[in-house]
Design a protein around this ligand. Structure first.
Ligand code: ATP
Length: 299
């Protein structure tokens, strides 16, 4: 890529007041990059800015925010005609940044922005759920009418690790195992599931490796089902001694179909989706993403 290429940076408004980012943008502009910055106010703004980027013929759209921002930008990019689709760059500015962290994106602002603008673009998979929902990193699902997909902001800031995972994925008091059937290529399972993790990427919930072997360019999804009655013992054994846990079922497939008599709520990189039937399907090599050369998520 040359310095005359056009890039558009979509910045989550929550992170707009960020001096290191301002300095990094200035530094890259001084190097000759045509970099437009757009700030979001609410859901839907990212998609509108991706439209603008496409109309400008931008080579790159940078998602500057957390996993939810990356998801919104990636979802919008996946719907752009392939020939016109800009590459995705990522600037981690969220609370958890699970995708960026596991992909090895630098935390330092200028390095991350340089990678997002001029790093080598690699084809990666994105995942479609039913007709029009997508995720790039991970879908986590469970039963319970009061399942929340968002941790209250202050709690999120105060808690890390497992506490965040538990609160972020689902509220303990609402979670109960329930019957479901999961099918994939050469995979069939029926039973009481407590939590279902389907990974294109590896980690969710602030650093928890739910699908530790997942790769984002292998055309496959990694599935991990937590069975058993209670989340805490299951999670504890899983996260500390995954090989010994009796409460885990693993699978791998390019698609999974999940059906249940009662509503399941899936958290798709932060976006909730409820229903009794889900078809979750990998779209191989659907996005070009600027990633570090030694990215652990690439095969
Ligand atoms: N100006 C804004 N203020 C508050 N929320 C916003 C704003 N602009 C967009 N959003 C919403 O923020 C959500 C995405 O937040 P994002 O995931 O980037 O941050 P985060 O929750 O801190 O990240 P992480 O999931 O990595 O912890 C989306 O639902 C988006 O619609």
């Amino acid at each position: 890529m040359d310095n005359t290429s056009v890039s558009l940076l979509i910045l989550n408004g929550k992170s707009a007041d960020n001096l290191p980012l301002r300095e990094a943008v200035t530094a890259l502009r001084d190097q000759g990059h045509q970099l437009h910055v757009r700030v979001t106010w609410e859901k839907g703004d990212a998609a509108r800015y991706v439209d603008e980027a496409t109309q400008r013929g931008a080579q790159t759209v940078v998602a500057a925010g957390g996993d939810g921002t990356v998801n919104e930008v990636a979802t919008a990019l996946a719907q752009v005609e392939q020939a016109m689709r800009p590459a995705l760059g990522i600037l981690p500015l969220g609370t958890a940044n699970d995708f960026a962290t596991s992909a090895g994106i630098p935390e330092e602002m200028e390095k991350a922005l340089a990678l997002a603008l001029i790093g080598k673009a690699t084809a990666i998979d994105i995942v479609r759920v039913n007709d029009d929902s997508y995720f790039l990193n991970m879908a986590t699902g469970g039963f319970g009418t009061r399942i929340t997909t968002e941790t209250p902001e202050r709690l999120k800031a105060a808690l890390g690790g497992v506490s965040y995972l538990i609160h972020g994925l689902m509220r303990m008091d609402a979670l109960k195992p329930d019957r479901c059937e999961i099918r994939g290529e050469n995979f069939q399972w029926q039973g009481d599931a407590l939590v279902i993790g389907i990974g294109n990427g590896r980690q969710a919930g602030g650093g928890q490796q739910l699908c530790p072997e997942a790769l984002i360019n292998d055309g496959q999804l990694d599935l991990r089902i937590f069975t058993g009655e209670e989340l805490l013992p299951a999670l504890f054994t899983t996260l500390t001694h995954p090989d010994e846990s009796p409460n885990i079922v693993d699978g791998s497939s390019a698609w999974f179909e999940i059906t249940a008599p009662h509503d399941i709520t899936f958290n798709l990189d932060g976006e909730p989706l409820s229903g009794t039937h889900f078809r979750i399907e990998v779209l191989p090599s659907a996005l070009q993403c600027r990633l570090p050369p030694d990215c652990a998520l690439l095969k």
